[in-house]
Write a protein that binds this ligand. Structure first.
Ligand SMILES: *[C@@H]1O[C@H](CO)[C@@H](O)[C@H](O)[C@H]1NC(C)=O
Ligand SMILES: *[C@@H]1O[C@H](CO)[C@@H](O)[C@H](O)[C@H]1NC(C)=O
Ligand SMILES: *[C@@H]1O[C@H](CO)[C@@H](O)[C@H](O)[C@H]1NC(C)=O
Length: 206
């Protein structure tokens, strides 16, 4: 009886161990559990990609965003905001409508993101956006003189719990470019902003 229990115990420990195995490094970046770059490591629901030594996240539309950092203790990772094409005012993911996460995804867009939208059309101003002359987006415009978003109608909003936590939308006839800054404080100079789209993930059920 004892032997059966012992071997059952060993078997479950071995299964458990292989289940929680973290994926190998990508380039020189650690890939903490539950993130998974391939079959057989991590948890497949937390799929990310290792492309030529660069970690990337794929949106529901199939657009890839570079992962800038991962904080496994806080269950957060930071994506690089898409480039804004120079001399126009469009984000590189405008064609797919911005970033959208799958409804069933364990990831969501954290409430620490302040989203800035550019080249907006006047009919979107009803929503809870700050499009005033002292909106954060004006500081961005003042810095990023190349972007082609200068002097367009722009707005910002905090991605708080009243906002959709699975997408940041851009489109023709709405706003055509965006960026995101994590944990903005009103008195921070724009030069010190921490650009990124911060995602958080729900803990895996073991
Ligand atoms: C818009 O945002 C700026 C910067 O945070 C703030 O000073 C201002 O009071 C806000 N305006 C409105 C109408 O919420
Ligand atoms: C701003 O958006 C409109 C469509 O909503 C587009 O036609 C125009 O080219 C955009 N402006 C810039 C500078 O990209
Ligand atoms: C986003 O995910 C975190 C972690 O699972 C969760 O605590 C939070 O409530 C989620 N936020 C929203 C707005 O769904």
């Amino acid at each position: 009886m004892f032997r059966i229990l012992l071997s059952a115990f060993l078997l479950t420990s071995i299964t458990y161990m292989s289940y929680v195995e973290a994926c190998p490094r990508c380039g020189n970046v650690e890939v903490p559990y539950p993130l998974s770059t391939r079959d057989g490591c991590g948890d497949s629901r937390y799929k990310i990609y290792c492309n030529n030594g660069v970690l990337e996240f794929m949106s529901a539309e199939g657009f890839y965003y570079r992962i800038l950092s991962i904080d496994s203790f806080a269950s957060r990772l930071v994506l690089s905001p898409p480039l804004i094409q120079s001399h126009s005012c469009s984000s590189s993911d405008l064609g797919v409508g911005g970033v959208r996460l799958d409804g069933g995804s364990p990831f969501n867009i954290s409430t620490r993101n302040t989203i800035m939208l550019f080249n907006c059309s006047a009919n979107i101003l009803l929503s809870p956006l700050n499009c005033s002359s002292n909106s954060f987006c004006r500081k961005f415009e003042a810095l990023d003189v190349e972007s082609g978003c200068k002097d367009t109608l722009c707005c910002h909003y905090l991605k708080d719990s009243s906002m959709n936590s699975h997408k940041i939308r851009v489109r023709f006839g709405g706003c055509t470019a965006y960026t995101s800054v994590i944990d903005v404080r009103p008195n921070d100079p724009a030069e010190a902003w921490n650009y990124g789209i911060e995602l958080q993930w729900a803990a895996p059920h073991l």
